[in-house]
Design a binder for this molecule. Structure first.
Ligand code: DSN
Length: 421
């Protein structure tokens, strides 16, 4: 059952309570491999459900537009100080509602409409908000896109430099949503310096790895850093912007009043809790284990003939091109979900298929590592994935794998779920 228990919700709204209960069970029983998801601690979960949700706090600590900030000011200040200490940053803003608003704030701080922005193309692993055509950032600014190399599946820094010198963007993004390899922040910084661009690092996926020392940090290289707080960082749904002191004012002004009204104070409190947890020694071990699991899973999949973009992974994320398996990403992802393995279908670089029915699968090990799974389990997990991908329409196989996975996951506790007394 959901933990903490929700008796008032059950009494007031059994429909919603029932669905919450079902979701907690679903999260407990499945192998969750969506690369952008995780399990928050019970403390983070509790913080998000507090009376802080009742409060309005437009402005910043000491300069609010509403009274009654005696407790909210110190909460937000704690979150800011913890973010700065954890990442070694000079400035932190913890108010963005999520990753896309955080990224929009960067445009608001540094660009005028129509200015040129350069980012990794979405089908190559970039993010919508790095100037993709359907996003406001691609409509209201002038996008220039770099790609990964067809032969390596990796970003080629010489190509990025040539494009930046030719196009002279005002803003360069590094980072994205489907990048299995280490991001070369110093090389991006050098290019930004040479071309006079602002460098923004979107570390949403790898923030927890950076905090735990399992991926190099962009601090000292990027002018501004955006991140969600709920992926490998293992906090609530939310976001932060880190920057040098030089850009602090512009960033704060862009978030409020530029783009947002009142911050979500219950989220701010939960971010503060997650940042405290990420500063504890156990978090570095978690971050290392996330990477070890991803490498072990990638190796086991490669052994079974899976075509991995870039040949493997340096972080939490593995991107598979299923073309050689004769099945598209969407039916494979749907069958895997039926069989207790939750991940997402994803475009792969140079994908000939459409984004809603692409060739690939994306998976990540942040959540299963929180559950306590280690490298030894990864060959079995790869075997299940393989069995399902080879039998996407065989209901008996999917049912059997789902039962085996339920049995395995019953041994790995999950914050937010307690066995019925
Ligand atoms: N939706 C996030 C992800 O899954 O990577 C990016 O916005």
């Amino acid at each position: 059952m959901h933990e903490p228990a929700v008796p008032h919700l059950q009494a007031a709204d059994p429909d919603i309570a029932g669905l919450v209960e079902a979701e907690a069970r679903r999260q407990f029983e499945k192998i969750r491999l969506i690369a952008s998801e995780n399990y928050v601690s019970s403390a983070v979960l509790e913080a998000t459900g507090t009376v802080l949700t009742n409060k309005y706090s437009e402005g910043y600590a000491g300069k609010r537009y509403y009274e009654g900030q005696q407790n909210v000011d110190p909460i937000e200040t704690l979150a800011i100080e913890r973010a700065k200490a954890l990442f070694g940053a000079e400035h932190a803003n913890v108010q963005p509602y999520s990753g896309s608003p955080a990224n929009l704030a960067v445009y608001m701080a540094f660009l005028e409409p129509g200015d040129k922005v350069m980012g990794l193309a979405l089908p190559m692993g970039g993010h919508l908000t790095h100037g993709w055509s359907v996003s406001a950032t691609g409509k209201w600014f002038t996008p220039v896109r770099y790609e990964v190399r067809r032969d390596t599946g990796r970003v080629d820094m010489d190509e990025v430099r040539d494009l930046a010198l030719k196009e002279r963007p005002k803003l360069i993004w590094c980072g994205g949503t489907a990048i299995p390899r280490t991001i070369d922040f110093p090389a991006f910084a050098e290019i930004a310096r040479e071309t006079g661009a602002v460098l923004a690092a979107d570390i949403a996926h790898i923030a927890g790895l950076i905090a735990g020392g399992a991926h190099p940090s962009p601090v000292g290289h990027a002018d501004v850093i955006t991140t969600t707080t709920h992926k490998t960082l293992r906090g609530p749904r939310g976001a932060m912007i880190l920057s040098t002191a030089e850009h602090a004012k512009a960033i704060d002004k862009a978030v409020f009043p530029g783009l947002q009204g009142g911050p979500h104070d219950h989220t701010t409190a939960a971010i503060a809790v997650a940042l405290k947890e990420a500063a504890e020694p156990g978090f570095a071990a978690y971050a290392r284990q996330v990477v070890a699991n991803a490498k072990a899973l990638a190796a086991a999949l490669a052994e079974r003939g899976y075509d991995l973009i870039s040949g493997g992974t340096d972080n939490h994320l593995v991107l598979i091109d299923l073309t050689n398996k004769g099945v598209a990403g969407k039916p494979a992802a749907q069958a895997l979900d039926r069989a207790g393995i939750e991940l997402n279908y994803n475009a792969v670089p140079f994908d000939p298929r459409k984004p809603f029915d692409p060739s690939g699968l994306r998976l990540g090990t942040g959540a299963i590592t929180t559950r306590g799974l280690t490298e030894e389990r990864m060959p079995r997990l790869a075997a299940w994935i393989d069995e399902v991908v080879r039998n996407v329409s065989d209901e008996a196989v999917l049912d059997r794998v789902a039962a085996e996975i339920r049995e395995l996951m019953a041994a790995y506790p999950m914050p937010g779920w307690a066995p019925a007394p």
